[in-house]
Design a protein around this ligand. Structure first.
Ligand SMILES: [Zn+2]
Length: 163
């Protein structure tokens, strides 16, 4: 009589469960009912599987293995300079998100560099910047207006001797 390799319980028709011989997350296809009991297959067994799947994630992704749930999930990696990349099934790394760097040159100007993944993304980033600049200009205008209003109120209150 086969026994559960985790808890040692004898496997019967009541407690048997189907388990991949080599976990599916790393490409295993064949299953057996003579490996784990139902309880262990639903509990700690899946924890071991998750650890193993995580350790082999890079290889399953690079080898483009087809799993029962489809393709392995994309890999997330970081370059030495801190940029985040996504690698989808054996493809070349792609930036996870556009990189926007702003370097202040002086009080009135900045150097802006944008690394985008597509022309459309670059255009969107430029539009976003344009909006930000317009908002900043409006804010400056408002601040000037508010300042002149304050001055005006101050001068008037002085004129009427109000404190
Ligand atoms: Zn068991």
């Amino acid at each position: 009589m086969p026994k559960c390799y985790l808890c040692g319980a004898e496997l019967t028709a009541e407690n048997e469960s189907e388990e991949h011989i080599i976990i599916n997350a790393i490409g295993g296809r064949y299953k057996s009912k003579k490996l784990l009991c139902k309880k262990c297959n639903n509990g700690s067994g899946s924890d071991y599987d998750a650890v193993l799947a995580k350790q082999y994630h890079f290889f399953t992704n690079m080898l483009e293995l087809s799993l029962e749930r489809g393709k392995p999930p994309a890999l997330k990696m970081e370059s030495e300079s801190g940029e985040s990349y996504t690698i989808k099934n054996g493809t070349t790394p792609e930036l996870s998100h556009p990189i926007v760097k702003t370097e202040k040159i002086d009080e009135h100007s900045s150097h802006i560099s944008i690394i985008a993944r597509s022309k459309e993304e670059l255009e969107q980033k430029l539009k976003d910047f344009q909006k930000k600049v317009e908002i900043r200009r409006l804010r400056q205008k408002y601040m000037q207006y508010a300042r002149s209003l304050r001055m005006n109120i101050y001068q008037k209150s002085n004129f009427y001797g109000i404190k």
